[in-house]
Design a protein around this ligand. Structure first.
Ligand code: 9YT
Length: 129
């Protein structure tokens, strides 16, 4: 069994930030369970494009609101506390925050912690050592 708290990973290499967003990865590929589990916060009034070509991601919004645009078909969804979106088709997407969002995200296959977004907002598939 593994038990962790947010405070013990804050400021470590499991706590990553890029412009406008920050993500604390409480479970990573190295934990060996087939998924990774993240708490992502995105600042108010920001816009982000992501495209997880190699991963399936579920995102459960706990706090905040904004919109999610599916860039594969142009459909836009309103998001608020309790909204969940599942990228089961590797959809390229744009998140726009009205207020600061806090969301819980699961990735399969797991993120290892070594990925960086490339110029298209894609994470490469990185094997666990
Ligand atoms: C909202 C979202 O896509 N979060 C993904 C996790 C974050 N980009 C990370 O931990 O790298």
């Amino acid at each position: 069994m593994i038990v962790r708290t947010t405070s013990e990973i804050t400021g470590t290499d499991r706590d990553v930030a890029e412009a406008g967003w920050r993500s604390k990865r409480i479970v990573l590929g190295g934990d060996g369970v087939g998924f990774s589990f993240h708490e992502t916060t995105i600042e108010a009034g920001t816009e982000h494009e992501f495209h997880y070509r190699n991963h399936v991601e579920a995102v459960w919004l706990v706090e905040g609101d904004g919109t999610l645009e599916d860039l594969d078909n142009g459909v836009t969804y309103d998001l608020g506390p309790g909204s969940m979106y599942l990228l089961n088709g590797h959809e390229k997407h744009r998140l726009r925050t009205r207020t600061r969002m806090r969301m819980l995200c699961v990735f399969n296959p797991p993120v290892t912690g070594k990925e960086v977004h490339d110029e298209n907002g894609v994470y490469p598939l990185v094997a666990v050592d």
